[in-house]
Design a protein around this ligand. Structure first.
Ligand SMILES: [Zn+2]
Length: 411
């Protein structure tokens, strides 16, 4: 008698459900709790919650619950079916579990909390779960989170690519820049990879998107143009990617000049590669003085560097008119620089300029995506058991998607 009352309380079982009997299997380290219910006039449908007449019962099922006193605890019950006015004959809403799960909601909630902090392997071992069971819990959590997300409005997004397996394959990620979370993940970095994202949005949600940060990558540009009205005013090429292009051009100038100088016995550029890439403000005073000398040296690399810095000054403008004037002047300077890499990068930026200047209006970069990227590295590290890409995609949503992932029946 008393153990039934104890288990009813531990499990939070409420009328019409009650604990019919408890079986202790000491050797197996298991407690089996059998549930039954009183006569019920109407049940709530598991899908929509509408009330309906009792119909019949399914065969007995089992649910793994939180351990009690180190014993694996397993619930048993025969799920009743009722006639929902909307869905017809369906299994009723069971207070301890979601319809498709073999675990109780509390057990899934525990596993989810652990999975947020620890590797899949560690959680699997601690809770005695297989890879498939772990992935099932994560997949259900992600589906719930994504379903809840539908109505939300997002105004600023970032499109980013992520290389995995040593750069041979790519994922396309769409990030919510305001909330710092992943909205969408797809394989590849083609136009089709991004096209799938737009299908997840309602037309109101599409209308609500004001700005999209991205790299200067045509497949993404094409997808945004095909799906987002007014795309030409909303695409913002990421300023860090622009800085990267300029930095690479400076480095090409330096490498070429270094060869010429070295052949002439001049080692002024030796060991300076990183000086040209980092911010002088961050240097030690002595290094900064030496670097200042180099910059005044009249070397080609110094001119390329000045072009890069002056080019990036575009992003500190507040108003568009003077910024456009600055860029026209800069782009002429780059064109006349007689430094081939700078001429090329200048030409590219000129061609892309209308979606660079949009930065001044929207003030977004993919920097948020970069922080999401480092989180994805962690996901990769803690989930070495990914047997397929889909598991990896679920894990990215799970750890970086930011939705509320607890099973709904615990709410
Ligand atoms: Zn229903």
């Amino acid at each position: 008698m008393q153990d039934r009352e104890l288990y009813r309380r531990i499990l939070g079982i409420e009328a019409p459900w009650y604990v019919e009997r408890v079986e202790l299997k000491l050797a197996a380290g298991e407690v089996h709790v059998y549930l039954d219910h009183e006569e019920v006039e109407q049940w709530a449908c598991a899908e929509c919650g509408a009330r309906g007449q009792p119909y019949d019962h399914q065969a007995e099922r089992e649910w793994r619950h939180l351990d009690t006193c180190q014993y694996q605890t397993i619930l048993h019950a025969r799920p009743p079916r009722a006639e929902c006015p909307e869905h017809g004959v369906r299994v009723v809403k069971l207070p301890w579990a979601e319809p498709s799960s073999r675990f109780t909601a509390l057990f899934e909630a525990l596993a989810i909390e652990w999975l947020k902090e620890a590797s899949q392997k560690a959680v699997g071992e601690q809770l005695g779960l297989s890879w498939d069971e772990i992935h099932g819990i994560m997949e259900r959590a992600v589906k719930r989170g994504l379903a809840r997300r539908e109505a939300e409005k997002t105004t600023k997004i970032g499109v980013d690519e992520k290389a995995f397996r040593k750069g041979h394959r790519y994922l396309t990620l769409v990030n919510d820049l305001e909330r710092g979370r992943v909205l969408y993940v797809a394989e590849g970095r083609e136009q089709a990879s991004l096209d799938g994202f737009w299908k997840t949005l309602s037309s109101e949600q599409v209308q609500g998107i004001e700005a999209v940060a991205m790299d200067m990558w045509d497949p993404y540009v094409n997808s945004v143009r095909a799906h987002l009205p007014g795309a030409e005013r909303k695409i913002v090429f990421d300023k860090f990617h622009i800085a990267q292009h300029l930095g690479e051009a400076v480095d090409r100038v330096r490498r070429k000049e270094q060869k010429v100088l070295k052949a002439a016995g001049d080692d002024r550029l030796t060991g300076t590669r990183y000086d040209w890439l980092r911010n002088p403000v961050a240097m030690e005073p002595k290094d900064r003085r030496e670097f200042a000398e180099l910059r005044k040296s009249g070397l080609q690399t110094a001119r390329a560097w000045a072009l890069k810095e002056t080019g990036m000054a575009l992003f500190s403008y507040i108003y568009e008119r003077p910024a456009r004037k600055h860029f026209r002047w800069w782009s002429n300077w780059a064109a006349r620089s007689r430094l081939q890499p700078m001429i090329e990068v200048g030409r590219m930026l000129k061609r892309r300029f209308e979606n660079i200047i949009t930065y001044l209006r929207h003030r977004i970069t993919n920097a948020t995506s970069e922080s999401i990227n480092s989180k994805i590295q962690w996901v990769k590290y803690t989930a070495r058991g990914f047997r397929n890409l889909q598991n990896f995609v679920h894990a990215i949503y799970f750890h970086c998607g930011g939705p509320d992932l607890a099973p709904s029946s615990t709410k």
